[in-house]
Write a protein that binds this ligand. Structure first.
Ligand SMILES: Nc1nc2c(c(=O)[nH]1)N[C@H]1C(S)=C(S)[C@@H](COP(=O)(O)OP(=O)(O)OC[C@H]3O[C@@H](n4cnc5c(N)ncnc54)[C@H](O)[C@@H]3O)O[C@H]1N2
Ligand code: MOO
Length: 452
């Protein structure tokens, strides 16, 4: 199975005549073999630079040097998945008192010991000091009475008929009782004021547990960027079968959970037809940090994104990217604290725009770390575009990436079965060639982790 099948054919169809000719003939004045983009595409941004620009864009908005949104304080349970805005500093010693690590007896000095009447339970307040030769029953986690020298585990001791406690033997030798045995001393894990985690750490379930243990009720975190999604197009149906030239909206159901996996707060999708005034109204009314539009990015008669951006005086930061699919994608600063990512309408082109422009922008606003870049060899050859980077859905099989079919701009069939998108450089890739991979969030983090 290779990528030279339905999707690749569809992608080849997408080349204009000038580009297609460039595949087979040299351009005068150029080094043989070195392709040159046609003039009308020179303004399109190189793919890697577009990603860097999207990351930097966040740093300019609102005069934020770090690029991330202003931190907020939230209850622990609401911090899951967010980034800590301040170091997590212990508010207490841990353990906060000397505790027993085992169920058994707190003992003082060498045995045998006289056992006190009352037991000691976890969470109870301080007990009277032990005297030398004395023991008291103790539970795991209970506060150690003063002058305890060790804890004897319940399975290592027995009381005789007179109530005295003795160490039992194993394999002929008595269990040892060393000084401090099975006692967790106060401050063993940390002292009050110790830094447990640095700012920038992601609040995982384990971090929430650590914070609670260290005395926190709330955490200072970078909030999720709020995203409004505007789906453009008169031809879109929200239910039922395609009919009469109308098709199902594939992006409305896909974008909010995907944006959430990228760290955003995206709830409602606003369906706007091919109506320039409605788009203008929705855009000027939005107070979201980021607006994501779908469709209407090209130069067709009802492609209203560019005219609307001009109308509101937005600054175009990226206007077309040298990537397939998705080359008409755009990024604009609509106002001081708001950006707009214009995703092309073709569904896989929209995915490409999501990973090229929305991911770096949202990651920076949410103060998330950039994913570690990695590569794998491609199992099969992938046909390249002459000038543009290609993003091709792949399935990860052991230590190889298998390029998937049905990777044309209008298709989701490939990406729906994929674990990642392979970055294929201009000119294509040979079998076995290493390709950079962009993981799909559910493949790397688990679907539950991403979308809760
Ligand atoms: N003259 C040119 N035409 C086109 C160019 C070009 O460079 N010159 N680029 C092509 C490429 S590449 C793409 S991608 C599309 C981008 O078009 P738009 O962003 O303006 O999107 P639309 O025209 O609105 O739609 C394109 C296509 O996608 C379907 N679509 C739109 N929204 C959805 C949705 N939510 N769910 C499913 N499908 C959707 C729409 O019906 C169209 O078939 O422009 C090319 N044209
Ligand atoms: O057809 Mo277009 O390459 O952006 O999806």
């Amino acid at each position: 199975m290779t990528a030279h099948a339905p999707g690749a054919d569809a992608d080849a169809d997408d080349l204009d005549v000038e580009e297609a000719l460039a595949l087979v003939k040299e351009i005068p004045g150029r080094t043989p073999g070195a392709p040159h983009p046609p003039d009308h595409r020179l303004h399109a941004t190189v793919w890697t630079e577009a990603r860097a620009l999207a990351e930097r864009a966040a740093r300019h908005g609102g005069g934020r040097r770090t690029g991330h949104l202003t931190p907020v304080t939230v209850p622990l349970a609401e911090a899951l998945g967010l980034t800590l805005a301040a170091p997590l500093t212990a508010l207490t010693d841990l353990p906060s008192f000397d505790t027993s690590a085992m169920d058994g007896w707190a003992v003082s000095g060498p045995g045998p010991w006289h056992v006190r009447e009352e037991g000691v339970l976890a969470g109870h307040t301080e007990h009277a000091p032990l005297t030398d030769g004395e023991a008291v029953r103790i539970a795991t986690g209970a506060r150690i009475p003063p002058d305890t020298t060790a804890v004897l585990r319940s399975e290592h001791g027995r009381t005789d008929a007179t109530g005295r406690l003795h160490v039992t033997a194993a394999a002929g030798a008595p269990h040892t009782v060393t000084h401090g045995q099975d006692i967790r001393p106060r401050g063993q894990e940390c002292r009050s004021g110790d830094q447990l985690l640095s700012a920038g750490t992601r609040a995982t379930p384990a971090v929430l547990g650590m914070a609670a243990a260290a005395g926190y009720d709330t955490l200072s975190v970078v909030p999720r960027p709020r995203v409004d999604v505007f789906v453009l197009g008169d031809e879109l149906l929200s239910e039922g079968l395609p009919h009469g030239g109308l098709i199902r909206d594939a992006l409305g159901p896909m974008l909010p959970p995907w944006l959430r996996a990228l760290g955003a707060e995206a709830t409602a999708v606003c369906r706007i037809g091919d109506d320039e005034d409605a788009l203008h109204e929705a855009l000027t009314a939005s107070d979201a940090d980021v607006v994501v539009t779908t469709g209407g990015t090209a130069a067709g008669p009802v492609d209203h994104v560019h005219p609307t951006l001009r109308r509101i005086g937005a600054e175009l930061l990226v206007d077309g990217v040298q990537v397939r699919p998705g080359h008409p994608m755009l990024l604009a600063r609509t106002r001081e604290n708001q950006h707009l990512v214009g995703l092309p309408g073709n569904p896989l082109a929209a995915v490409s725009g999501l990973l090229t422009l929305a991911e770096p922008l949202l990651r920076t606003l949410a103060a998330r770390p950039a994913p570690e870049p990695y590569t794998l060899p491609l199992r099969d050859a992938v046909q390249g575009h002459p000038y543009d980077t290609r993003l091709v859905p792949v399935s990860l099989r052991g230590d190889r990436a298998l390029p998937l079919l049905y990777n044309g701009p209008a298709m989701l069939r490939g990406v729906a079965a994929a674990d990642a998108l392979a970055v294929v450089p201009p000119g294509g890739a040979r079998p076995g060639q290493e390709a950079e991979l962009l993981d799909l969030p559910w493949a790397s983090g688990g679907i539950g982790v991403c979308f809760t």
